[in-house]
Design a protein around this ligand. Sequence first.
Ligand code: AGP
Length: 611
Amino acid sequence: MCGIVGMVGREDAVSYLIEGLKRLEYRGYDSAGIAVPAPGGLKTLKSVGRLSALEARQTLSPLSGPVGIGHTRWATHGEPSERNSHPHLNQKQTIAVVHNGIIENYLELKQSLLEDGVEFLSDTDTEVLTHHISRCAEGRPFLDGFRQALGDARGAYALGVIHADEPGVLYAARLGSPLIVARGPKGLFIASDVPAVLPHVTEAIYLNDGELARISDNRVEIYGLDGSTRPLVWKTIDLDDTAADAGGFETFMLKEIHEQTRVLRGLLSEYVPGGAGTVLPDLHLDAEGFAGIRRIMIVSCGTAYYAAMYGRLLIEKYTSIPVETDLGSEFRYRDPKILPGTLVIAVSQSGETADTLASIKMAKAAGCRVLSICNVAGSSLVRESDHLIYTRAGPEIGVASTKAFTAQLMAFAIFTLHAARARNEMPAEELKSLLQDLLNLPNAIHYVLGQRNEIESIAGKHHEGPSALYLGRRFNYPIALEGALKNKEISYQHAEGYAAGEMKHGPIALINEYLPVICICTDTEDEVAEKMISNVKEVQARSGRIIAIATEGETRLDGVAEDIIFVPRCREPFSPMVNVVALQLLAYYAAKARGTDIDKPRNLAKSVTVE
Ligand code: AGP
């Protein structure tokens, strides 16, 4: 997924474009480029690799001008290279385009362009669209040609376009990929998301799918693909910009790991302001709403899917509602039986994940209510949903999700307790006790954060091997999966999360004296706890190198685990919100020891807005 930015300013736009790309770099960072109108046509500057390479180019041969577009790329079509980087130009070099998304019928368009004699310089779908726009706009008002070209394109796009005949104008369009128009004292902007231009804007328009914009000095016009004009709905931006710097931490990810106590305290103060009878702000699911739920389907991707797995366990433990979960990329292509009375819950940090969005649209078409657990208020997912639990974790810049994930877990806890109470499936006294346990969790997380030095030293012993195995049961099985994903994502050491009860069905063959096995053993009270201890001993019997996450006071692992990370005792169903912090830090320090780029791991992007 890529980041795009554009500006129609009153002074030089290039510094704002580059600043915006820096703020968007977490969306993709294998190449970057900018383009500005210039006497006699357009000028572009491109570079492979991080944005710093483009900045160096700008220093050597600066572009300038009050209008421009910029792009930071996460390759979909064509390897990361200068020729595949955006902006792309038409043959006459009078039109420049930056694009986030995928044009699915680009081969069909390319074939017809080749027949028209067009010569291609890159392997990208974006260049195809650029030439198609040029062809459609030939000899007619650009806006009409632009509209027609968009009507011919299938797939997803957020576009910024400039052309030499209108040097003071910026065009934009969106279908399936996020794009905003924003305004402030320095001028008018377009961007993939608000944080890209946050310091310079006060209001934004969230373009809808199928809309395009014509932006000139002090004037914004919005049209539908049918040519109809659309109203300008300016929304005040109330985002906090402190997320834009790492606040003294060595990386954004470490900062965001440490923000989790504050984030969960914020969620609890908002959603549990005074007891179980509170209607969740923005959820508006009061007793009838909850009582009407006969089934829940939770759809999400990646880390958010592990939150979904946790949500299912929690909802089924405390309410009578049956719950199923599915990956967005699977749900949208199978034939799910979406029955009446089904509430579909979408979990997404960005609210822009293509597979999750597509699944939600299917659910709505089937007549379901949709509740989203999301961290970006103006996102596509939120605008598609009937209800929202806004996780309010603040912008998450580190590509590997941390604070957004624990906020998703807390959101499920809040939803579950409100549902149980609204459906009269939980006595008031039990609810009060559970709420008190939730309110204690931020302190438990704070305690784990205090062990970062010990965790760093443990990570230093185990990061060198080719792989690691993560084991957990019940509420902590999804956490074993998430811990393994964190390790893979940022340290590049292969890791596999597994249900501990499944270990004997195969993975036990992997156990030897070189394999780190991370075992989540905080359950202490019931038969599952005993089973987990047995699994750990089975690992020990095969000389596996055991790193245990255990509750303070646990003694059954003495002489069994090589390293133990102790966490405060908390109610087992809520322990994932504490245990995952230990695993985040373990992965973090493994990555640090392996010298990877922790905030921008290779090949990853913060939000996967393409399939
Ligand atoms: C998180 O660590 C991952 N980078 C990734 O799996 C992410 O959780 C997934 O792409 C879903 O993103 P979303 O929450 O924005 O929908």
